[in-house]
Design a protein around this ligand. Structure first.
Ligand code: 48F
Length: 257
């Protein structure tokens, strides 16, 4: 065994792939349930897709189900997505299906990568590129460890034809854009309005109705949509995360044509 060969294999294969994904069709910030679902459906269409995830693990807020009871609930409309991903569901009451949270995250991650999307974990999106035609044209990245250690290290940039904000409750990419371009998002205030208190029915319905472009070149999915437009949170029902991930993929694919 040659330790240096092992080191070279890791460094070179990672670097080659990281470079290959510095110019893509779609860059997704956040590998939670909505980002992974979006990545899966985009990659399945042959669209070059990369996901950057700040944390060591993918899956966002799904691992812990509701209050650490690691089960999730989805409604009728979302069940076919779990079927397609190979996740077993059990009907609890008519229209309410339960799935194992760990199995669901694992399946979403596996299917997303198998479909052709690339996930880079431990990478934080800290800024966006906005170009002359006044549209989001890529992301600015740094190692999450740089931020955690509060190091003064400059980031790197990557180019993408569309960006999807799947960063969850904080809608981080949309907030960055609103701050940098001066409140011109496609919302009632031009800013990120901020999510409202928990109301599952409205949260799910509003989210699914509003998936779309928040700013030219920038779309949102999952909980970020509710934060951007000021809709309620919905807790451990995850159907909207999956449905919005699929919707944002379909919409982005149309915009890419
Ligand atoms: O929070 P998260 O799971 O968002 P989601 O896909 O799903 C929301 C549900 O989990 C739950 C809910 C459902 O009813 O309310 O909260 O909309 O996943 C977001 C992911 O984005 C990562 C974060 O670590 C998480 O894994 N993330 C957040 N900001 C950044 C980021 C960033 N700036 N750069 C990279 N990753």
């Amino acid at each position: 065994m040659d330790d240096v060969i092992i080191s070279k294999a890791i460094t070179q294969s990672f670097t080659d792939e990281f470079m290959n994904y510095l110019d893509v069709d779609v860059a997704i910030a956040g590998a939670g349930p909505s980002g992974l679902t979006a990545g899966y459906y985009l990659a399945r269409k042959g669209i070059k897709t990369v996901i950057y995830e700040r944390k060591l693990s993918i899956g966002g807020g799904m691992w812990g189900g509701g209050m650490m009871f690691n089960r999730i609930v989805v409604q009728d409309e979302a069940r076919p997505i779990l079927d397609e991903m190979g996740v077993a569901t059990v009907e609890y009451e008519p229209g309410y299906y339960v799935a194992d949270a760990v199995a669901t995250v694992s399946a979403l991650g596996y299917q997303c990568i198998k479909a052709g999307a690339r996930i880079f974990n431990l990478v934080s999106v800290e800024d966006v590129m906005i170009r002359e035609d006044d549209r989001v044209a890529g992301l600015v990245l740094n190692w999450s460890a740089v931020g955690m250690a509060n190091l003064h290290v400059d980031p790197l940039s990557m180019k993408s034809r569309f960006v999807i904000d799947a960063t969850g409750h904080d809608a981080e990419v949309c907030r960055i854009v609103a701050r940098k371009i001066g409140a011109r998002l496609n919302t009632s205030t031009g800013e990120v309005v901020g999510e409202k208190p928990m109301w599952a029915e409205h949260g799910e319905r509003d989210l699914v109705a509003k998936v779309g472009e928040v700013y030219p070149g920038l779309l949102a999915s999952g909980m970020a949509v509710n934060a951007v437009y000021g809709y309620p949170r919905m807790g451990p029902i995850f159907g909207g995360m999956l449905i919005s991930g699929k919707q944002v993929a379909e919409l982005t694919a149309e915009l890419l044509k």
